[in-house]
Design a protein around this ligand. Structure first.
Ligand code: PLP
Length: 396
C-alpha cells in the first residue's frame, strides 16, 4: 500500500458522459409519457401519418420475406432502391445523384441527419438552423460536439427564414446550415426567391447545407423545391429524405442521404461501422414505394382538407394560426390566455382529454404556441376543436 487514496467509485449518473448528462430528454417524449397514462385521449400530438402503409408496399415486404430476403444488403443499400432514389430525386427536385457513390440508404432520416452532422462538424464548429424546429436538431449537433446556433423564426412571417436573419449569426467557426422546409412544427415553406437568397448566403460564407426534405410530398401550395437544385448548391449540399411521412412508412425506418461523393463516403464510413445497413425487408418495401407516388398524392389531399378545417376552427376559437403550406402541423398562438404553453397543454389534456405538444418542445421560442398535428381522422379533429373551444372560452 502506498497510502494514496483510491479514486472515488463512480455511481449512477456519473457513469454517463458529461456532455450527455446536460442534454435534456425530448419534450415530446416527456409529454407522451403523461399521455400514455390516460385513456380515450384524442391525440393531435403525434407526428405520424394515421394512414396504414399502402398495400402494394406492405405486399412487397411480405413477398421479400416469403422469398427469404433476410440477409444484409450492401452498406449503401440495395442497388435497385438507390436507383429508384436517383430517379425520384431527379424527377421531383431536379438534382441527379450517382447511386454508386452519392446515395446512401439509412435507418430513417434520423440516422441520415446524424451521419450528415457528424460527417461535417468538427468539435467547436457552429451550425446554423432555424427554430422552432424538429426536436432532434439541437441534440444531434451537440452529439457531434458542435455548437447549435438557432435563428428564431416568427409567426408574423409565417415562420419563414431569410438570409438577412442568418447574416448576423455568422462567425469564423460557422460550418453548416441546417434547413427543414416544410418545417416541423410550423408547416412553414419557402418560395423560390427565399431559397435563392439562402443559397447565395451559403455560397458567400462557403457553408455546407444539410437539408431535411422529409415533408416535401406534403406541400399544399406551390412546388416542392429543394435548395440542392439552386446554382452552386449541389457541391455543398447534403440532401436528406425518407419514406416515413409521404408514404406513411414510419415503422419501416427508411431514409436516405444524397451528397457529392466525398461527403457521401464520409457518411458511409460512420454508417458501415455503426449501422451496417438499413433493414433489408424495409429496403425492398421502399424500392416498391418509390415506383409510384400516387398514394402520396391521395394522402396529401386528405391532409389538405383537414388543414383547411383545423386552421379555420382555430382562428374562429380565437387562437391565431397562420395557414401552413406544408407538413401536417398547425402552430397556433395560445400565449395570450395567461398560461404557459406547457400548462395550457397539460390542462387541455387533464380537463378535456386532448393531447397537443407545447411549443417549447421545439425550442425556447416556441413559448406561447402549441403544436397540433392533423395526421388524425377529421371527425376526431372536429371533436378536439369543440373541446378546445370550451377550454378557451373558460380561460377568457
Ligand atoms: N426530420 C423531421 C423534420 C421530422 O419531423 C422527423 C420525424 O418526425 C424526422 C426527421 C425523422 O424521420 P424518420 O422517421 O425518417 O427518422
Amino acid at each position: 500500500m502506498n497510502g494514496s487514496k483510491s479514486p472515488e467509485k463512480r455511481t449512477g449518473a456519473s457513469r454517463v458522459a458529461d456532455y450527455l448528462r446536460d442534454i435534456p430528454r425530448s419534450g415530446i417524449r416527456d409529454f407522451f409519457d403523461i399521455v400514455s397514462t390516460r385513456k380515450d385521449v384524442i391525440s393531435l400530438g403525434i407526428g405520424e401519418p394515421d394512414f396504414p402503409t399502402p398495400w402494394r408496399i406492405r405486399e412487397a415486404a411480405i413477398y421479400a420475406l416469403d422469398r427469404g430476403a433476410t440477409a444484409y444488403t450492401s452498406n449503401r443499400g440495395l442497388l435497385k432502391l438507390r436507383q429508384g432514389i436517383r430517379d425520384y430525386v431527379d424527377r421531383v427536385f431536379g438534382v441527379r445523384y450517382d447511386p454508386e457513390t452519392e446515395i446512401l440508404v439509412t435507418v430513417g432520416v434520423s440516422e441520415a441527419l446524424d451521419l450528415a452532422v457528424r460527417a461535417v462538424v468538427s468539435p467547436g464548429d457552429e451550425v446554423l438552423y432555424h427554430e422552432p424546429c424538429y426536436v432532434s436538431y439541437r441534440p444531434t449537433i451537440l452529439f457531434a460536439h458542435g455548437v447549435p446556433v438557432p435563428a428564431v423564426t416568427r409567426a408574423e412571417n409565417g415562420f419563414r427564414l431569410t438570409a438577412d436573419m442568418l447574416e448576423p449569426l455568422v462567425t469564423k467557426r460557422t460550418k453548416a446550415l441546417l434547413l427543414n422546409f416544410p418545417t416541423n412544427p410550423t408547416g412553414a415553406t419557402l418560395g423560390r426567391e427565399e431559397l435563392e437568397g439562402l443559397a447565395r448566403f451559403a455560397c458567400r460564407h462557403d457553408l455546407t447545407v444539410i437539408t431535411d426534405e422529409i415533408y416535401s410530398e406534403l406541400t399544399y401550395e406551390g412546388e416542392a423545391l429543394s435548395i440542392a437544385a439552386f446554382p452552386g448548391m449541389r457541391e455543398r449540399t447534403i440532401f436528406l429524405h425518407g419514406l416515413s411521412k409521404g408514404w406513411a412508412m414510419t415503422g419501416f425506418r427508411i431514409g436516405y442521404a444524397c451528397a457529392p461523393a466525398e461527403l457521401s463516403e464520409a457518411m458511409m464510413k460512420i454508417h458501415q461501422y455503426t449501422m451496417l445497413c438499413a433493414p433489408t425487408l424495409s429496403q425492398e418495401a421502399a424500392a416498391e414505394a418509390l415506383r409510384d407516388d400516387r398514394d402520396t398524392v391521395e394522402m396529401r389531399r386528405a391532409y389538405e382538407q383537414r388543414r383547411n378545417y383545423i386552421c379555420s376552427a382555430l382562428n374562429e376559437i380565437g387562437l391565431p394560426c397562420h395557414k401552413p403550406r406544408g407538413a401536417f402541423y398547425v402552430f397556433p398562438r395560445v400565449g395570450d390566455l395567461g398560461l404557459t404553453s406547457r400548462d395550457f397543454a397539460l390542462r387541455l389534456l387533464d380537463e378535456y382529454n386532448v393531447a397537443c405538444v407545447p411549443g417549447t418542445a421545439f425550442g425556447a421560442c416556441g413559448e406561447g404556441f402549441l403544436r397540433c398535428s392533423y395526421a388524425t381522422d377529421l371527425e376526431e379533429i372536429k371533436e378536439a376543436m369543440a373541446r378546445l373551444a370550451v377550454f378557451v372560452k373558460r380561460l377568457r
